[in-house]
Design a protein around this ligand. Structure first.
Ligand code: GAP
Length: 470
């Protein structure tokens, strides 16, 4: 990783650890490279992302059903899908220092924006020579020929070793949906067009994982396979591209840092008649967030061939049979989480010259929705603050904090991205010197980004928070 990229991510990685979002994996055993564990705030953020996706792509849509298929599938699934023969990246070794790289990544780094690296290994080898690609580690220009490195993790099923028991950890959740197409058709009987959505772990033995949680070997995907009549796929492809873009905008991600990039012909997988990526401008450059692919009838046809089970749909109105076409929006949970972190992270200089680190999360995704901060940690003020906390925690992830000065407590919540801080004081209980009688029964809510404060009646707090989470 280049020095400046490390610097750009370093502060975010350190905040994530310091504030309990993301920890390096297996740390007490000196770690395990490129593995990460989600801490108490990271897991909340992740759950919010998954819930919002599920609500928008599955629950709120009468034309989409949910599924939760296995990670381990019959190995013939991966024969049929083409993963056994084709799911590989072009691996090259530097002959001088023996470091390994993905040839397409080296070319993309050298040729920059707008370059297209196809999938043909001979062409890639030629491009490496033509463009005088240097080893990022030692600077030499002497690489081995690119060779196919299959990304699937293998493991053993049961106690008997041998080819019969070899299985793969799924590299995508999509195939679990295709192999359940017949089950869903026969038992749930949806009408085309309809979709099946699923969230789950996927595994890829990436050659060059890195950039924090951008590319890891274990990650989660949120995938939708939308089945439609052949000939209508272009319409649905455009529809889902817009739908996905609107979803990301709705999470408050900076519009200027997002773009939709249509793949050039040479980039398309052999089964795709259209693929676009939603890309985000990460600290290390533009990178894929979400892939939206028109996959034709490739997957269902392949499974029909391999399993000998018919994957046709019968349209009773038109009295015709066909294998449906598929449009697939496929998104990584961890990838979206990284986008939200990068986009929210900010270091501001306040009027008094102090610095504050703040995560400007949309209230919808923020791991903690509100913090209750009593200005006095005893007597009736504390009692009322605790009552408010007990009531709010029934509906929202809220925190109670009475330690240290109010300024320090605000800073702590800013670093977590908590949108609302609720203070309880003598005015709230209407007791003490100089209290303002008009504020009795009210708390002060401080909004994270503007730092503006407003008085809200205790009995209105729940509704107030609900209204501000939209
Ligand atoms: N079923 C299609 C499919 O899996 P993909 O473009 O290989 O397509 C889809 O992956 C999404 O999954 C990507 O856009 C990205 O968000 C996420 N993803 C893929 N590989 C990843 C990795 N190694 N680490 C984290 N996220 C990954």
């Amino acid at each position: 990783m280049a020095k400046k990229v490390q610097d750009a991510l370093k502060d975010l990685v350190s905040l994530c650890k310091r504030r309990g979002f993301i920890f390096p994996g297996s740390e007490i055993y000196d770690g395990l490279a490129n593995t990460w564990d989600y801490g108490p705030y990271g897991v909340e953020l992740k759950r919010n992302i998954k819930n919002l996706w599920w609500k928008r792509f599955v629950e709120s849509r009468p034309d989409v059903l949910g599924l939760d298929s296995s990670i381990l599938l019959n190995p013939r699934v991966w024969q049929a899908s083409g993963h056994v023969s084709n799911f590989s990246d072009p691996l090259v070794d530097c002959k001088a220092c023996h470091e390994r790289f993905r040839a397409d990544h080296l070319l993309e780094a050298k040729l920059g924006e707008g370059c297209t690296v196809g999938k043909n290994f001979q062409e890639i080898a030629q491009m490496m020579v033509d463009n005088q690609i240097e080893c990022p580690k030692c600077g030499k220009k002497d690489f081995t020929e690119p060779r196919a490195f299959n990304l699937m993790f293998q493991t053993q099923l049961g106690v008997l070793e041998g080819t019969g028991s070899k299985v793969f950890l799924r590299p995508e959740t999509a195939q679990g949906i295709f192999i359940n197409f017949k089950n869903i058709m026969d038992n749930v009987r949806p009408k085309i067009p309809f979709g099946v959505g699923q969230i789950g772990k996927s595994f890829r033995n990436e050659i060059t994982p890195g950039n924090f949680i951008f590319r890891t070997r274990e990650f989660e995907q949120m995938e939708l396979e939308f089945f439609c009549e052949p000939g209508t796929e272009k319409e649905w492809y455009d529809y889902w591209r817009k739908y996905c873009m609107d979803f990301v905008f709705g999470l408050g991600v900076t519009k200027e840092k997002l773009r939709l990039r249509e793949h050039a012909k040479e980039e398309l997988s052999h089964y795709s008649n259209g693929t676009s990526d939603i890309e985000y401008e990460f600290p290390f450059g533009w990178g894929e967030l979400w892939g939206i692919a028109s996959r034709t009838d490739y997957d269902l046809t392949q499974h029909q061939k391999e399993s000998k089970v018919k994957m046709e749909y019968f349209d009773a109105v038109a009295n015709k049979r066909y294998i449906p076409y598929v449009v697939e929006p496929s998104l990584g949970v961890d990838r979206l989480l990284l986008v939200l972190l990068c986009d929210a992270y900010d270091v501001e200089t306040l009027e008094n010259g102090e610095e504050r680190v703040v995560l400007h999360f949309s209230p919808k995704v923020a791991p903690v929705k509100a913090a209750i901060l009593p200005l006095v940690k005893k007597g009736k003020v504390k009692e009322v603050a605790e009552e408010i906390y007990q009531k709010l925690i029934q509906n929202f992830n809220v925190e109670y904090d009475e330690t240290q000065s109010i300024g320090k407590r605000y800073r702590r919540q800013d670093e977590l991205g908590t949108p609302f801080c609720i203070t309880v004081d003598f005015d709230t209980i209407g007791e003490g010197d100089d209290v303002k009688p008009e504020n009795k029964g009210m708390v002060t809510v401080r909004e994270r980004d503007s730092m503006k404060q407003e008085h809200v009646k205790i009995e209105d707090l729940e509704n107030w928070i609900f209204a501000h989470l939209k």
